[in-house]
Design a protein around this ligand. Sequence first.
Ligand SMILES: [Zn+2]
Length: 246
Amino acid sequence: MSKQPILMVFPHPDDETFALGGLLALHAAEGTPVTYLCATRGEAGRNMGQPLRANRETLPDIREAELREACAVLGIDDLRLLGFRDRMLEFENPDDLARPVLEALRELRPWRVYTYYPEHGYHPDHDAMSWAVVQAMQQLPSEERPVLLGTVFSEAALAALGEPDLVVPTAAYGETVRAAFGAHRTQTAADIARVEARMAADEAFRAQVEENRRNMAVKLWIYPLETNGVRGEREQQQRQDLHPVP
Ligand SMILES: [Zn+2]
């Protein structure tokens, strides 16, 4: 089995867990290394924790520690923080955002790259970072480009992008994903407590949550680099060659 790495690029601590948690746990179980470029330390997060765990000054350090814990849970041992400012990525020079991605592509020669699907990230930082990934990959000779797979923020993408090119069931890693969620305490503790309280009190709700957990899956779409985003036959062909693991 190949041990070629995967490169993952997101702007915020917690994007990895929300978007791809179960798939990352699967890669770890298979022994596939993942390098994670995280552009910011999430310092613009509105959530300081409930009960309060941070203030504006301490939030970046706390979120970095939470991210490191989540990465340990998910089996990511190569986390690289790029040091950009949260909520400011759309104002950065795109070349500056793309540069560290291109460097990582040249260094690691990944077989696959994960990010948000451009224009389906539902946050200006998400889209700015995914465009930077596209820009970096287009600087590689086309025969050296790995497959770029985008995740989206809501099912609304189905209307725009069609059926996902890769669907990976991840229910087997539910416990791991929930532990990684839990590690992002400032952002998730209040929601987790709310869901748990309602599950204890409301049988129908509990059944629905358990059903959702059984159906957990990560969905990804190939971004067509050759045609600048116009999806066509080439992706259908590539789809045949996609496997959840190398
Ligand atoms: Zn984010």
